[in-house]
Design a protein. Structure first.
Length: 368
């Protein structure tokens, strides 16, 4: 090792494509790890921006509530927690042009790019090509608060798909420092980098401009599990029932409000994936390993440890080696099952022997 090799290890690649590949690493348990987040929950997942918006609107419809503010505040709390706990240079000063590391963070997450429009009685920031209006608003507000060491109220407006204006005003409200979020399902502690999966995942990566990148001509963004967990927690106090969609998904949860959120989230994901026109072929239970690799692991949503048939009509028990969130991963697997078998399916989830088990089968009993 050369005398100055330790300096080269921390140097970011100059090419935007290489920066993205350098930051996000596919692991053997089907999750994507953020190399910047070794000291906290580094799990993240890759979403189509259109697919995420479709899922989010479906979640709002099923819960009968507007959830934009909750998603934005979850993003703000998430970013504040990360900036407080990661060994990275935080934004500083009132000029976003100088927030180099935060700008790279946005570029490698695929969120868009930002700049300041006005800094007088109120502050107005512009996000160009935002991946998600609520998420970008919350993340940018957290960065501004960190840079100025002061709390702000914020609102956002989006007249076109390409432009989002975030307006901030000083706020003297005292808010608690965000605490660590921990998944309530079993977490696989054993994993390692999967170079073959990483190569396949990023094979068709195209960076179109700063903050915008796509795979197979579909714009993508990266979201951390920490953000999703906070969003879930922000929603729970207001949930009383499911207004539409399926209500027969089974979860190993004692909290009824959380069970309702998981059901709505899974069903919205199932519908979104089913309507996307998936082509799924299943001849043996082992085919589910490849299905999960393509539709879960390549996006950081989980991997399969084992599969076993539970009946002679396509029923399977899938044991996941890792899972981003059981509701999202389960919803995708249910969509795949329904596409493969051409009929309505049902899902039951359990936590056994330190792993998440997903049971998929026909929603009605079929005579042998």
């Amino acid at each position: 090792m050369g005398l100055f090799d330790f300096l080269k290890r921390d140097r970011l690649p100059s090419d935007p494509v290489d920066r993205i590949k350098h930051r996000w690493e596919n692991h053997s348990n089907g999750l994507i790890n953020d190399k910047k987040c070794a000291s906290i929950d580094s799990s993240a997942a890759k979403f189509s921006t259109i697919g995420f918006e479709t899922w989010f609107l479906g979640l709002e419809q099923r819960l009968g509530q507007s959830l934009g503010r909750r998603l934005a505040h979850a993003a703000l709390e998430h970013q504040e927690y990360f900036l407080n706990n990661l060994d990275v240079k935080s934004p500083s000063g009132r000029s976003p042009d100088s927030w180099f590391e935060n700008t790279i963070d946005w570029q490698t997450r695929g969120l868009g790019r930002y700049r300041k429009l006005e800094d007088r009685d109120e502050v107005r920031l512009l996000v160009e090509h935002p991946a998600s209006a609520p998420i970008c608003s919350g993340l940018l507000t957290a960065a501004w608060e960190k840079a100025t060491s002061s709390r702000h109220r914020f609102v956002w407006s989006q007249n076109t798909q390409d432009g989002l204006i975030v307006t901030l005003n000083l706020d003297d409200k005292e808010l608690p420092i965000p605490s660590k979020q921990k998944p309530i399902w079993p977490i696989s502690e054993v994993s390692y980098g999967d170079s073959d999966l990483s190569e396949e995942t990023w094979e068709d990566l195209r960076v179109e401009s700063k903050g915008i990148w796509s795979i197979m001509n579909e714009r993508k963004m990266i979201l951390h599990r920490d953000l999703m967990l906070r969003f879930e927690e922000f929603c729970l106090p207001y949930i009383s029932k499911i207004e539409s969609g399926r209500q027969d998904l089974v979860w190993p949860l004692e909290d009824n409000q959380r069970s309702l959120w998981w059901t709505a989230a899974a069903d919205s994901m199932r519908k979104s994936q089913f309507d996307s026109g998936l082509h799924i072929l299943v001849s043996t239970p082992e085919d589910w390993v490849g299905i999960a690799r393509r539709h879960l692991a390549m996006n950081g949503l989980g991997g399969v440890q084992s599969v076993e048939a539970t009946d002679s009509h396509g029923g399977v028990e899938i044991v996941l080696s890792g899972v981003f969130h059981p509701a999202l991963s389960g919803g995708i697997l249910l969509a795949c099952w329904e596409r493969a078998h051409g009929r309505r399916g049902k899902l039951k989830c359990s936590f056994n022997s330190g792993a998440v088990h997903i049971f998929l089968s026909s929603s009605v009993d079929i005579a042998n």
